[in-house]
Design a protein around this ligand. Structure first.
Ligand code: NAD
Length: 248
């Protein structure tokens, strides 16, 4: 089945209720209503910065100062942002024992702020800086974003970078994600264009083993034709409605 319809909410809720290993997979779209634009939108960061120039590992090695220009713009966008009802709905599902984990591509940490405990951050997080030379890590401080220049590693003096995954770096938590996906029989896919690999293939892996895939997005995606249930709209409205339907 693949229809966009609020009429399917009860049917979707019934299918999700019976799941033994339900998971959520989230992307930039879940944080849009918290005021963090996705990168590809008209006001997204890729309109102002060329990812090849500032968000690849190679670019970081070539010019940490240029990369930090981008990180400061990113830090400004993320500062002070709060979770929205979609993040809260997922935290509530976990509290009620109806969600095993959230796999997220986001680096903003809003799932944890909302109260989600099991969050697999496959693209890293922005709360720490780390050293690519010796592996040293420390919490990010407001000064890192307000001051000019490039913060240096206390031990080996190399340039520090935010603990986020750049293009050309390995995705994190893959073994854990693999285990979760192998067990998963219901996957909520929320606010992701399903284009960035290897995360993009996860819904298809669940679907090919007979698991149910539920998509929540404002637009059509590469996944839409294959999802069992597709809900079109803003996830801060859709997710709380879905959680409520589970109670009925
Ligand atoms: P994406 O930008 O490729 O896709 C975002 C998706 O969200 C789109 O399909 C869009 O239609 C949908 N969307 C937008 N607003 C929505 C809303 N209110 N409700 C429901 N859906 C909505 O994002 P992606 O798939 O996560 O991949 C981009 C990469 O950029 C990720 O790897 C991520 O690391 C990074 N990123 C992270 C953040 C963050 O941490 N908040 C923000 C921007 C980008």
């Amino acid at each position: 089945m693949n229809e966009t319809s609020w009429g399917l909410l009860d049917e979707a809720a019934a299918a999700f209720r019976g799941a033994r290993h339900p998971l959520a997979l989230t992307g930039a779209g879940i944080s849009v209503e918290s005021g963090i634009p996705d990168f590809r939108s008209d006001d997204g960061l890729w309109r102002r910065f060329d990812p090849a120039e500032c968000a690849t590992l190679e670019a970081f090695h070539r010019s940490p100062a240029k990369a930090w220009h981008f990180y400061r713009a990113l830090g400004e966008i993320l500062a002070g942002k709060l979770p929205n009802p979609a993040h809260q709905a997922l935290a509530e599902l976990e509290r009620r024992g109806r969600l095993r984990a959230v796999i997220t591509q986001n680096i903003d940490g809003l799932h944890q702020v909302a109260g989600s405990r099991r969050v697999l951050e496959v693209h890293g997080e922005h709360r720490h800086l780390h050293c690519l030379g010796c592996g040293w890590k420390r919490p990010v401080s407001p000064a890192d974003y307000s001051e000019e220049g490039v913060p240096a590693c206390r031990h080996c003096r190399r340039a520090l970078k935010p603990n986020v995954v750049l293009f050309g770096e390995l995705v994190r938590e893959l073994q854990e994600v693999d285990r979760e996906i192998e067990a998963c029989d219901a996957l909520l896919v929320i606010g992701t264009s399903a284009e960035v690999y290897p995360v993009a293939e996860l819904p298809f892996r669940v679907g090919s083993r007979g698991g149910r895939v539920f998509e929540f997005n404002v637009a059509e995606t590469a996944l839409t034709g294959d999802a069992d249930f597709t809900f079109r709209g803003k996830c801060a409205a859709l997710l709380p409605a879905f959680v409520q339907a589970l109670d009925e």
